[in-house]
Write a protein that binds this ligand. Sequence first.
Ligand code: ADP
Length: 344
Amino acid sequence: MDATATTDTGAGRSAASITLQNVGKVYPDGTVAVGDFSLDVQAGELAVLIGPSGCGKSTVLRMINRLIEPSKGTILIDGKNIADQDPVELRRHIGYVIQNVGLFPHQTIRTNVGTVPRLLGWDRKRIKTRSDELLDLVGLDPSRHGGRYPHELSGGQRQRVGVARALAADPLVLLMDEPFSAVDPIVRARLQEEFLRLQATVRKTIVLVTHDIDEAVRLGDRIAVLAQGGRLLQFATPAELLSNPASDEVSRFVGSDRGIRRLAVTSVKDAMRPLGDVEDVDRPPKVPANGTLYDALAAMLTADSLNVVVVDGDRPIGTVSRSAIFEVPNEEAARRRDETTTLA
Ligand code: ADP
């Protein structure tokens, strides 16, 4: 990966905040796709929009790059009202990735990636350098894949090209509509992992639409749960959403196995105790300090052990027991206990 990929804006910025204020969309046939929607996405944040099919996620997303004009409300990017900007010019600074990518079939991969830089009038040498840099960044070898056509790549590779193309002119914002849902689950998991690594390098402001709660939890810094008509039910970090759903509606949506999902977004450090009572630190399975409670429980079950040792590199720094995993406070459980006590 090449960390210089973010330097092209010249202004030294690589991400912008997005503010939606009381935004609504009524389609010409009278469908109220989005009633009144407000959201603040911070610069460099990856916000996920999730909700049932038809609840208005794509409509919200496409209002941000003005592919759809809102019927009401205001959208600000870095504090500037996008209604005052030329839509074509605006879209050149907003990367857009869709399901099935939409690559131009008769253009090579390199030419596809260079689409926006060409529109911006960059010279050919700069476009080629940038395209190859981006292909490299998304894990494709420019000398092997750059001259190929889209049909000569796998679905997962095409998806990577889609991301490279969206990042080519170093946009401040990246909009992604179900970007990984067209590929099979194994490739999807790998693409998601790679994408997280990429985001750690480029730190764009990203709004990503999905209907897959696992994807939302894996990728999102914060997750916005929507209901029909673009009604915002909750906007929270994955851990907050899973441990403290704002309503029964959210609770149902995040699923009855949310307790397990919550383990996957909670750090082992939250349940870690000092090493003191572990007699032989070499015996229990090891879990890295950046691991989750899910990793810890999985390691215990695999090794049939009652505890794990948390390591920082090779150095043991603490221990987590099976019971400690279940003692990490679950705010909702605590609230229920309080309610029960009050009723009694
Ligand atoms: P989601 O992305 O959550 O599946 P959409 O934003 O695509 O939802 O759609 C929200 C609602 O608006 C749905 O009821 C859909 O049928 C309707 N809709 C979307 N596009 C149009 C359109 N061009 N004309 C009329 N209704 C539309």
